[in-house]
Design a protein around this ligand. Structure first.
Ligand SMILES: *Cc1c(COP(=O)(O)O)cnc(C)c1O
Length: 449
């Protein structure tokens, strides 16, 4: 029996023109092809090679300012702490830091990166479910702004460490509000069966207990319900309403509270998802927490940096399989893991003007890694592309380079920043020496080849 032919095109993907229209930093030049700000991506590939991550400084600034303006416009007193894990590049951190962003960090490495990029300790918040003693010691020694504690056990550890160091830790309790953010299961963090935060029902008693401990100044409560939230503000409102309830409880007990950390999670349109606006988020915060007279903090990652980056790749080969056409790129799942890990959709644009205008037919876009999961797109409308021709994976500024690995012994890709008509390498492509040089033989094998 003949199996029905699979649909040729994945249904209703946005066209190249639609993708471009929604991304103001990307334009098509009749001669130079795709430009990010004023720089032809082909020029970057020629100078730096591929695969290469390319970030738009102008887009980072524009997005930071739009978010800050939305919060201000809603009449909120708000501090933005950029969630460093989304993109740790030093130049990206420096651009956001210069705009006034603080940093939300989850490791010693991120604390060091934020400090190295010029973000002061007084603008750093430490989140995460498993901060080590070593990391907490460093945070206390640096006297960072706030530690978001995730358990009674961690609060005991912070109190003991701070007391022994003669420090006072400013601590907020991260509350798990038990709401479903409606996003991918791997990036949902605010349900009761997730590992994150303190159960809502335990939070008030723990806050009171914390206030009695040495070495700790209770400063607030925090939540973060998940990432890539695109389905409206209902989950945010539900979570913030619970925080408001908790603030009333804290005050009723005569305990101090200075601020509320509203987390991150605001989604971006990778394909054609409805894009929640920063104004909508500001409105949800205002409506639920605005009456409490407390300043709020935000921890956005993806929303600030995702749309500011592309991953530039070359076609290695185009091959015709038994039933499908494959475009094999020199970027792979070890570079951009989101499609393999979260079934994520990324726009893919050809870079040359010829390819942009050529007839598009369905193709699977894959990397060279030895796993079938190394697939960026299936049935995507793309022109015939010859080896060496370039494509750009869109919206790769968040959870891109930071999640890459050297799987298949493929060196970490270079990172470039553009600003107007200038560009600079902001992280070197990893050398083979750097990738292979850390390997050692045990002493008893030293005479082996
Ligand atoms: C990951 C994370 C964020 C940022 O999430 P985005 O979806 O990138 O905005 C903020 N706060 C905490 C605690 C996180 O773990």
């Amino acid at each position: 029996m003949a199996t029905p032919a699979p649909a040729l095109f994945a249904e209703a993907d946005p066209s190249f023109t639609d993708l471009l229209a929604a991304r103001p930093a990307l334009t098509l030049h009749a001669h130079d092809g795709l430009l990010l700000e004023g720089v032809a991506l082909a020029r970057i590939a020629e100078a730096v090679g591929s695969p290469t991550w390319v970030y738009s400084a102008g887009t980072l600034r524009r997005r930071y300012r739009a978010l800050a303006a939305a919060l201000k416009g809603a009449g909120l007193e708000a501090e933005i702490h950029y969630a460093v894990k989304a993109n740790t590049n030093r130049a990206v951190l420096a651009v956001l830091g210069a705009e006034g962003a603080g940093a939300d960090i989850v490791s010693e490495g991120e604390l060091r990166a934020a400090r190295q990029a010029g973000i002061s300790a007084s603008h750093i918040v430490f989140s995460g479910v498993g901060k080590s003693e070593r990391e907490l010691r460093l945070a206390l020694a640096e006297d960072i702004h706030q530690i978001n504690a995730e358990s009674a056990e961690e609060i005991a550890m912070i109190s003991a460490l701070a007391s022994s160091l003669g420090r006072t830790a400013r601590v907020a309790i991260r509350v798990n509000p038990d709401v479903d953010a409606g996003t991918h299961a791997k990036i949902t963090t605010g349900k009761s069966d997730n590992k994150f935060g303190v159960a809502f029902d335990d939070a008030l008693a723990l806050y009171a207990h914390m206030a009695s401990l040495p070495g700790i100044q209770p400063v607030g409560i925090a939540t973060h319900i998940g990432s890539q939230i695109t389905n409206g503000m209902a989950a945010y409102r539900a979570a913030y309403a619970r925080l408001a309830e908790l603030v009333h409880g804290i005050r009723a007990r005569g305990l101090p509270i200075q601020r509320i950390d509203c987390g991150g999670g605001l989604g971006i349109p990778y394909r054609d998802e409805p894009a929640p606006s920063p104004e909508a988020l500001a409105g949800a915060i205002k409506a639920t927490l605005g009456g409490l007279g407390l300043p709020v903090m935000l921890e956005p990652g993806r929303w600030l940096v995702g749309p500011a980056g592309v991953l530039l790749a070359s076609i290695v080969i185009q091959k015709q399989g038994a039933s499908r056409r494959f475009l094999v790129t020199d970027a792979a799942m070890n570079d951009l893991v989101r499609p393999a890990m979260y079934e994520a959709w990324h726009g893919i644009l050809p870079v040359s003007p010829r390819a942009f205008a050529a007839e598009a037919t369905p193709a699977d876009v894959v990397g060279p890694v030895c796993e079938s999961g190394d697939t960026f797109a299936r049935g995507r409308a793309l022109p015939l592309l010859k080896p060496g021709e370039l494509v750009a994976f869109l919206d790769a500024g968040a959870y891109g380079a930071v999640m890459s690995s050297t799987y298949n012994l493929r060196p970490l890709a270079a990172e470039v920043m553009v600003e107007g008509d200038r560009f600079a390498v902001v992280r070197d492509r990893q050398s083979y020496d750097a990738m292979l040089g850390a390997g050692r033989l045990p002493s008893w094998m030293e005479n082996a080849p």
